[in-house]
Design a protein around this ligand. Structure first.
Ligand code: ZN
Length: 139
């Protein structure tokens, strides 16, 4: 067995899924609050499944230092939405299939063979926050 040191994690993604109009509305409210509360990089809103994701979703990229506040907050506030949290180690296939953390049900990862095995350029995993939080992270 090979142990992977945690300093291999460059950043994280949270993929917040929605499957119908009710969940879409919840996901929109959650997205707005995330932006008010956390310094993260909010990705584009996808109305259709893209890449390896089987449902519509949006991505939230965040720095490793934010994990301890952001992930517990998502646990408490996901309102039934399915969320995939995966590390970015430069090995996208393993990050999605082996190293992933799911809140709610585990969904399929589509066409995993299209995810690069890596290693990939670390520059791809740099988080450029695009939010301007006005609320404390612990509220
Ligand atoms: Zn991702």
């Amino acid at each position: 067995m090979t142990f992977v040191p945690i300093d291999q994690i460059r950043s994280y993604h949270a993929h917040i899924y929605f499957k119908d109009s009710d969940e879409r509305e919840t996901a929109a409210v959650l997205r707005e609050r995330i932006g008010e509360q956390f310094l993260v990089q909010l990705g584009r809103w996808h109305e259709q499944p893209v890449g390896p994701h089987e449902r519509p979703m949006y991505q939230v990229a965040f720095a490793t230092a934010l994990f301890a506040s952001f992930v517990p907050w998502l646990m408490l506030n996901r309102c039934g939405l399915v969320i995939l949290i995966h590390p970015n180690t430069g090995h996208a296939r393993a990050d999605h299939l082996v190293h992933a953390l799911w809140l709610g049900n585990i969904l399929a990862i589509e066409r995993p063979e299209q995810l690069p095995e890596g290693p990939t350029d670390p520059a791809e995993d740099i988080v450029s926050p695009n939010t301007s939080p006005t609320l404390k992270p612990d509220c």
